[in-house]
Design a protein around this ligand. Structure first.
Ligand SMILES: NC(=O)c1ccc[n+]([C@@H]2O[C@H](COP(=O)([O-])OP(=O)(O)OC[C@H]3O[C@@H](n4cnc5c(N)ncnc54)[C@H](O)[C@@H]3O)[C@@H](O)[C@H]2O)c1
Ligand SMILES: [Zn+2]
Length: 337
């Protein structure tokens, strides 16, 4: 109902084009469609990270061409972060850009991916290497959708919430600890607060630096090693699970340099475990392979691998002189027991 009110309050004439994750479409499309103008075009794609590909972008664009979708259309991204990134990118490039709305249905997308305007797909060489900044007209979250989310996917979203708390808001980190039970139990009021606070934190960071010229990069805490693990393990782990492991390994880097205190690193580890996130890998990774995967960013940016390390909760810092040996030592903390 809330969703319907939000969408129909947009007073613009529009043709709706829903680009939906197949799993989410099967579960929830019948609740979305009545909220849209009549006869929306509905395109679905196969669930999973593999759909973030140029091949899928091309297929979707061919379908838009077949359906004669025009410039006035509004693309509705319906699903998790994969739907948002893929549909958002299609909206960015179709006819050189059409409007789009994010309707995130996973916790990860609601607390992070749907906000901020980053869209894109992966290449064999690494994640999100093709993309565009394309801001949605609106991000509409209906927490009822989250009830069907698998426990593992729900926990994955919590990793980004902990990330936001650690880099920006010590009080919010305390709040996670105080409400861990209700968070895991998906208490509606607690989850609504969690989503709203995450959207605020991310929106403030992005508004200061939409195109990631500088300060926005703090959102990459946990992501240098996280993305490397995600890529290296063939996307078998969820993005949020890799971010959790990435934050732990990157906290070790910060501890080893004498920045982050051991009690704060332990606090983050304990919280992630309480929220149902992995704090160790199921299979060992070769440090050299992780380091090589970290180089993908380096290749496309400049001579250094970029890390965001925290000196204390709420105090992140960008660091570009981390060595392969330091990463190897830090990874010991997340290798299988
Ligand atoms: N653009 C950004 O700023 C940004 C930020 C963070 C992450 N991301 C991207 O987001 C992606 C990860 O997002 P994700 O974890 O949502 O992945 P996802 O979109 O693959 O969703 C995870 C799983 O949950 C299922 N699902 C989603 N909503 C559901 C619901 N309501 N009920 C039942 N099942 C549901 C999906 O079908 C899928 O199987 C990654 O590709 C990551 O790179 C982007
Ligand atoms: Zn992320």
């Amino acid at each position: 109902m809330m969703l319907q009110k939000c969408i129909t309050s947009q007073r613009i004439p529009w043709q709706a084009v829903v680009v939906a994750d197949q799993t989410v479409a099967d579960l929830h499309l019948d609740r979305l469609v009545p909220c849209l103008p009549p006869s929306p075009v509905v395109l679905t794609f196969q669930t999973g990270e593999a759909s973030k590909s140029l091949t899928r972008v091309e297929q979707l664009c061919e379908q838009l061409a077949d359906a004669r979708v025009e410039r006035q259309a509004v693309v509705v991204a319906f699903g998790g972060g994969v739907a948002g990134d893929l549909a958002g990118f299609v909206a960015a490039v179709w006819l050189r850009g059409v409007r789009f709305v994010q309707v995130p249905t996973s916790l990860l997308a609601a607390v992070d991916a749907a906000v901020g305007g980053k869209t894109g797909v992966n290449l064999r060489a690494g994640k999100n290497l093709i993309g565009a900044f394309h801001q949605p007209l609106a991000v509409i979250v209906d927490t009822d959708f989250l009830q069907t989310l698998a426990a593992r996917d729900f926990a994955a979203g919590l990793a980004e919430s902990v990330k936001h708390a650690v880099i920006r808001d010590p009080e919010f980190l305390n709040w996670h600890e105080a409400h861990a039970g209700e968070i895991v139990g998906r208490d509606p009021a607690v989850i609504s607060h969690l989503i709203a606070r995450n959207c605020e934190i991310k929106a403030v960071v992005v508004a200061r630096d939409e195109r990631e010229a500088g300060p926005r990069a703090i959102l990459n805490y946990g992501h240098t090693i996280g993305h490397a693990l995600e890529h290296l393990l063939g996307y078998e782990l969820r993005h949020g699970e890799c971010v959790a492991l990435g934050m732990l390994a990157e906290n070790e880097l910060a501890c080893a340099r004498g920045w982050l205190g051991r009690p704060e690193a332990d606090r983050v580890r304990n919280l992630l475990a309480r929220l149902g996130l992995p704090v160790a890998l199921a299979q060992p990774v070769q440090p050299d392979d992780v380091w090589a995967a970290c180089q993908v960013d380096k290749k496309v940016r400049d001579a250094a691998v970029h890390f965001v390390l925290v000196r204390s909760v709420g105090d992140p810092m960008r660091v570009t002189d981390i060595s392969a040996a330091e990463v190897a030592r830090a990874l010991q903390a997340i290798q299988p027991p």
